[in-house]
Design a protein around this ligand. Sequence first.
Ligand code: UDP
Length: 388
Amino acid sequence: MHHVVIVSGCDSSRQEQGAGMVSYDLVVVGAGPTGATVAEIAARTKGWRVLVIERRSHVAGNCYDELYPGTELLWHRYGPHYLRFTSTETMSYVGRFTEWIPGNYVVKSNVDGVLVPMPINLETIELLYGRAPLTEELARELIQSDVVPVEHPANSEEFILGRAGRKLYEKLYAKYTAKQWGRSAAELDPSVCGRVPIRFDRNPYYTDSPMQVMPRDGYTALFDRMLRSSPLIDVVTDVDWLQERVHGTAATVFTGPLDEYFGHRLGPLPWRSLSFETSVENRPWFQPCVQVNYPGDEPFTRKVEVKHVTRQVSTRTVVVTEFPADCGEPYYPVPAQESRKLFADYARLADAERKSRQVFFGGRLGTYRYINTDEAIENAMKLAADLA
Ligand code: UDP
């Protein structure tokens, strides 16, 4: 991977019209998981010259991790990423660029000072209903009187009420969701709260996937290796493609926010952001697991101590507290009725852009879909295969 300085091969009048071309087969906008995957595959399998343009000063997108300033401890600058795979093919593709360590993804929720497993499992129900030990049958019986059955849940509230009942919904989801999204669970698609499993066994891990892993040397190292894998790939950082609008001769892949590509022509899509408060604690551990959720009245949603996953050995530890926010970097699309029509309208524009000038949209921001990192990579693998 070379770092190139000159981005645009076009004259300024063409740039202004957004019609610039550079002598690269493919221009990739954004050096996150999607951009790195598309660039790597296009260079290796098609022999394309690829230019990756990143507006931040680093690669790896929101997966970016680094040593926390003044410490030897890794932290995730834009919030934690708990990598899990549902496809062995995707995992072995990414595994070409990293060794793995097990993903020790255990999350607890602090309910009025008591730490209960999240996702809900038998122990959660035991602790919150004050009855133990429970079997699956007893637990289902116990929550039955609180369950509000809905055949086709239309939103996240109905989804959880139908599966876990009102008591667990109120204790674990209602306020957390309102804080996280600035909207009630009743305003969000069922898939939002549906991301978190509900279990009647004792599995303590955050996701159901048997393939929960963390790249041994971190995410930045992983995506950097992908981008350095071929001399055909050039990367520029600190350059905002939206100011340049240069295109590859064969294709352009855009992984930034979908509405920004179109200059918010149809109005802004709703996005949700986060702000982070970080502290370095002079003790080996702060909390018993990587993430503790706060489903109550406090203004933050969770505290993350990623050392539980990286397994770094140190006498101190970094703790990150997350405060959801409306403004700031877009981290989450808002899967809800309110965004559906606007997104569909932008999706139509995106489709036309693909047909008329070979611009493809990828990743969580570019497709406005609340996908996980493995899904972003999997979609990028398909996208790269489709480029012609
Ligand atoms: N959620 C909740 N309580 C929790 C954990 C999750 O209400 O303790 C809801 C909340 O709406 C959240 C969604 O489930 O946004 C998805 O949770 P996940 O942990 O997947 O969110 P992410 O890690 O993507 O922020």
